[in-house]
Ligand binder design. Structure first.
Ligand code: CNA
Length: 316
């Protein structure tokens, strides 16, 4: 049956087919990437004007590979590099694009099963989309690398803006308390006789309180080398039973495991790929190449659908 379905899908290629699929499908998964936010002024990763190219050109961060900027191992070693740059990608005054509003339209029509977004800019939520899974997290919250303390993203916003490393408030308190106890102990010992070892040297004080440095806070965006939240697998496990159309927009499909969504949903589910540039490592059934905002606007007008106006979505 799968083979028959695939044979039928192999005839799909045109805009007409895409329109028919959109007209007849009821449980659409939208898999989106950085390309739906470029028109909002947020560069993607891999375009010729994207962040990777910019990081390479600027050279000021002295990265061996631009991907290091989002690598957890590199972050642990040199958090100051990320914090000297993070302000450039921090979601501040961006306004959702027609693509974000098109996803909202699908939801309003009861056609959206879920939007799996790789984006960290939270513009889907700003457009009012509720059935959205931010697969790579967002700046909404931040966590301590040491004690896992989670705080609202606004807590570290001033640090991002002033390009300083934020340390964990809970760890800082803990370290201060430990230091206080140490000082008390030292003072009480100082009152009595000093301790000497057999060679007559003063003994090293044993660090019975532990202590050390407070942990560094990291925005809860998924870096290379970090696992995705289990919610991703749970949602996909559920959705694969219901999905009847996969629409992929504005992604190079280079980052796993999100790029593997294509292989995790039944092969009988048709796929429409909307992107500026073609993909070569996968073969979606229908490829609509060009600017994503123009394509979804064109599809909508042909279907007689109206994309909500920017005024209809809350402003930042
Ligand atoms: P990517 O690898 O940079 O791919 C983006 C794709 O979008 C490219 O194939 C472009 O050709 C295409 N594209 C760019 N502009 C348009 C446009 N106007 N219309 C249609 N297509 C366009 O980025 P992916 O999303 O595939 O990679 C996943 C990474 C990118 C995730 O980890 C994200 O966190 C990360 N990222 C997110 C943002 C954001 O939140 N806005 C920005 C930059 C990077």
């Amino acid at each position: 049956r799968v083979l028959r379905r695939r044979q039928r899908l192999s005839h799909l290629s045109s805009l007409e087919d895409a329109l028919n699929l959109l007209k007849t499908s009821k449980n659409i998964i939208v898999l989106s990437g950085a390309g739906i936010s470029t028109s909002c002024g947020i560069p993607d990763f891999r375009s010729s004007t994207g962040l990777y190219a910019q990081l390479q050109d600027e050279g000021k961060y002295e990265l061996d590979d631009p991907q290091q900027m989002f690598d957890i191992h590199y972050f642990r070693e040199r958090p100051e590099v990320f914090y000297s740059f993070a302000k450039q990608i921090y979601p501040s005054n961006f306004v959702p694009s027609p693509c974000h509003r098109w996803i909202k339209l699908l939801e309003d029509k009861g056609l959206l099963l879920r939007n799996y977004t790789q984006n960290i800019d939270t513009l889907e939520s700003l457009a009012g989309v509720e059935k959205v899974l931010q697969c790579h997290g967002s700046f909404k919250t931040a966590s301590c690398l040491r004690c896992k303390n989670r705080v609202p993203g606004q807590t570290i916003e001033p640090f991002i803006m002033s390009q300083h490393i934020p340390y964990c408030p809970r760890c800082q308190e803990e370290v201060a308390q430990k230091q206080q106890k140490k000082d008390q102990l030292k003072r009480s010992k100082g009152k009595g006789k000093a301790r000497w070892d057999e060679d007559g040297e003063e003994e090293e004080e044993e660090d019975i309180w532990g202590g050390g440095e407070p942990g560094i806070m990291k925005p809860d965006i998924t870096f290379f080398g970090q696992a995705l939240d289990s919610e991703f697998d749970e949602c996909l496990f559920k959705d694969r039973e219901e999905v009847d159309l996969l629409v992929i927009i504005g992604t190079s499909l280079k980052v796993a495991p999100v790029s593997e969504v294509l292989t995790h949903i039944p092969h009988s589910v048709p796929q429409i790929y909307i992107n500026l540039t073609p993909v070569h490592h996968v073969k979606p059934d229908i490829c609509l190449l060009g600017d994503a905002d123009s394509i979804v606007t064109d599809l909508s007008s042909r279907l007689g659908w109206t994309i909500p106006s920017p005024a209809a979505v809350p402003q930042p």
